[in-house]
Write a protein that binds this ligand. Structure first.
Ligand SMILES: NC(=O)c1ccc[n+]([C@@H]2O[C@H](COP(=O)([O-])OP(=O)(O)OC[C@H]3O[C@@H](n4cnc5c(N)ncnc54)[C@H](O)[C@@H]3O)[C@@H](O)[C@H]2O)c1
Length: 235
């Protein structure tokens, strides 16, 4: 039976969350965008032009995710559930929050280990991908080619309203490893109006544009989560 705890914590994570697990971020030097152009691999137009290139790009990402392990920050977030109701809202398409043991995870931008139809009924069904490879032979029941279940630039974010609702109920907000440059996701932090305490953990936290109500933790995710765990234990 689900039990309700007194404290509600929301975690809002981005690519930096998984950096210590060996998964590249998008915007750091040597991040993914250094080597690819967004329009070539992460837009509906890219799929229309060259589905094989897009599929190969995400196959490589999936291979990387399968080889990665959750890091100490993912584990610390899962451990918060011993004393709080925790909702993880992630921009990440990897499954490292799941593998660390978090129970409530909302993937704003999809999940790389799932596929969906490239036809008109894209959000009707999601299909788990066995292993790392999606190929041109993988089709949905309507005969359309399967594409990664990832929200591309220019596409709607169907989970946005659910995420906003969850954030509006949180007492504590922990934002980790996001440059807050991808919209509409980045705007979600403003829904946490009720949260008494808000942290942002990022080695570049000082440079990030967040309201003054945020406490900036200028560290990598694992060290920052350790500091926040200590802070929470004292309260
Ligand atoms: N792991 C993944 O699933 C993955 C990886 C790359 C990109 N993406 C997607 O890319 C989009 C990019 O936006 P974004 O804001 O998430 O990423 P981003 O690349 O724009 O920003 C990453 C942020 O993480 C910080 N960072 C780097 N190393 C860190 C560490 N060890 N600990 C904490 N923070 C660290 C950087 O300073 C930066 O501010 C998202 O929509 C996301 O879906 C996902």
């Amino acid at each position: 039976m689900a039990t309700s705890k007194q404290l509600t914590i929301s975690v809002f994570s981005g690519a930096g969350m998984s950096a210590e697990s060996g998964i590249s971020t998008f915007r750091d030097s040597n991040g993914l965008w250094e080597n690819y152009r967004i329009e070539e691999v992460a837009t509906p137009q890219a799929w229309a032009k060259d589905p094989d290139l897009v599929t190969a790009f995400y196959n490589a990402r999936r291979k990387n995710v399968l080889a990665a392990e959750p890091n100490e920050a993912h584990q610390a977030i899962a451990a918060l559930e011993s004393f709080a109701d925790v909702q993880v809202i992630t921009q990440n398409i990897d499954d490292l929050h799941e593998r660390a043991g978090s129970s409530n995870i909302l993937h704003l931008h999809g999940q790389i280990r799932m596929a969906k139809s490239s036809g008109p009924n894209q959000e009707k069904a999601y299909y788990p991908i066995e292993g790392w490879e999606l190929t041109e032979k993988d089709l949905c029941p309507d005969g359309y080619r399967l594409r990664p279940h990832v929200v591309w630039f220019g596409e709607a974010v169907p989970a946005y309203e659910d995420a906003a609702m969850m954030l509006s109920k949180s007492d504590v907000l922990i934002v980790i490893g996001t440059s807050l440059q991808v919209y509409p996701a980045a705007g979600l932090i403003h829904f946490a109006e009720k949260a008494r305490t808000k942290f942002i953990i990022d080695p570049k936290a000082d440079e990030l544009d967040v309201p003054t109500s945020f406490e900036k933790v200028n560290t990598m995710a694992s060290e920052g989560m350790q500091q926040i765990m200590e802070w929470l234990k004292k309260r």
